[in-house]
Design a protein around this ligand. Structure first.
Ligand SMILES: Cc1cc2nc3c(=O)[nH]c(=O)nc-3n(C[C@H](O)[C@H](O)[C@H](O)COP(=O)(O)OP(=O)(O)OC[C@H]3O[C@@H](n4cnc5c(N)ncnc54)[C@H](O)[C@@H]3O)c2cc1C
Length: 339
């Protein structure tokens, strides 16, 4: 277990906000997580992975526990698939690359998503038509209350769009130490349903895309659209795409031309948060040292010296404007930490 009493979190969050943690701990194994919980009862630690989906508003006095459990282990194999167990502290994109190099299919559409493996189930990461839940078997967790171990199967995680049981009723109750995946060894299911990916396949004249092709195209599209947090602080999408009912969608389309949509069910429609934010005049605007990215209105950026509070206040201006103009309440995708 590593411990620091006063440390800047600037390099531990992709917004790059410079807040001070007075109780920073790093756990390198499941054993260290359990002993931390047993030695710090009732401490309600903030669990940290790669810090790419978290906004620290202020300095943090509470314990922070960064999970750095490493390792990829093959635990079962048939002719058709492998089952692997991966330490929560592995970098997500390293896992994706490892899978592709071994010709294991399933994770390729999720290429280049920042962050660590242990955080991926929290919001059921998703991109280009695939979500974590599609290849997830189970995760091994430690109770924050008493340090006991519990395995959550796929069905118990209640995965939904950018959410899971760990972001809802069991929020801050469990620490994920290992995640188990089932990946295909042959006859991979290629998912090219997402329009820009479909177009890229056509443009590159690829007739039978491999998982490697898909990963390379996804990386290319993502790099052209999304800001690199190493160059400009951000956490990707700040808000979730709102899901509205069909009647409200109809009213909205009577007011606005060509409202983009994605049908979720007979009654529910998802619309891009970026579109509503852009319609409110918030694309590529700057407010002090924060603002929205010029190529993508849903991404709030830190131009360098913005504080967590400034970023948060700016996000609330956007949220209030969208509510006033469209009567749509945006929900934060980024995890906001007060102190
Ligand atoms: C440029 C950019 C692009 C992005 N694109 C996407 C995208 O396409 N799709 C997508 O879904 N997300 C995307 N994200 C968001 C982010 O990459 C994911 O949410 C990722 O899973 C966060 O991982 P992390 O390790 O950085 O989590 P952190 O930010 O460290 O933590 C996120 C949350 O998980 C909790 N947590 C972390 N580790 C654990 C653990 N081991 N056990 C229990 N709780 C834990 C934290 O307390 C926090 O609440 C993007 C972010 C950026 C910066």
């Amino acid at each position: 277990m590593q411990k620091e009493n006063k440390i800047s979190l600037k390099n531990y969050n992709s917004f790059g906000v410079d807040v001070i943690s007075s109780n920073f701990n790093i756990a390198n194994s499941e054993k260290e997580i359990i002993s931390f919980i047993k030695n710090n009862p009732f401490s309600e630690p903030i669990i940290l992975g790669g810090g790419t989906n978290i906004l620290f508003k202020n300095n943090i006095d509470r314990n922070i526990l960064k999970i750095q459990v490493k390792g990829i282990e093959l635990i079962n194999e048939t002719e058709d698939y492998v089952i692997i167990s991966v330490g929560a502290g592995e970098v997500w994109n390293d896992l994706v690359n490892w899978a592709i190099n071994n010709n294991y299919g399933g994770l390729e559409n999720l290429s280049l998503i920042p962050g660590n493996v242990g955080s991926a189930p929290i919001q059921n990461i998703g991109a280009y038509g695939v979500e974590l839940k599609d290849n997830f078997e189970n995760c091994r967790t430690i109770s924050i209350e008493n340090g006991s171990l519990k395995i959550f199967k796929n069905s118990e995680c209640k995965f939904s769009y950018r959410s899971s049981v760990f972001k809802e009723e069991l929020k801050n109750k469990y620490i994920i130490s290992y995640v188990t995946f089932k990946l295909s060894k042959k006859n991979h299911t290629i998912n090219s349903s997402y329009e820009p990916l479909k177009q890229a396949i056509i443009n590159n004249k690829i007739s039978n895309p491999t998982i490697k092709n898909i990963s390379e195209l996804v990386c290319k599209i993502r790099s052209s659209k999304l800001p690199d947090p190493k160059l400009i602080g951000n956490c990707g999408s700040f808000f979730k795409n709102p899901i509205i009912n069909k009647i409200d969608y109809k009213k909205l389309s009577e007011r606005e031309k060509n409202v983009p949509f994605y049908k979720i069910s007979e009654k529910k429609i998802k619309i891009p948060a970026a579109w509503v934010i852009e319609k409110c005049g918030y694309k590529g605007i700057r407010d002090g040292d924060t603002g929205t990215y010029d190529k993508h209105a849903l991404i709030i950026v830190n131009y360098g010296k913005a504080s967590g509070n400034e970023i948060f206040e700016f996000s609330q201006k956007i949220k209030n404007t969208v509510l006033r103009k469209f009567n749509i309440l945006l929900e934060e995708e980024v995890n906001i930490i007060d102190n």
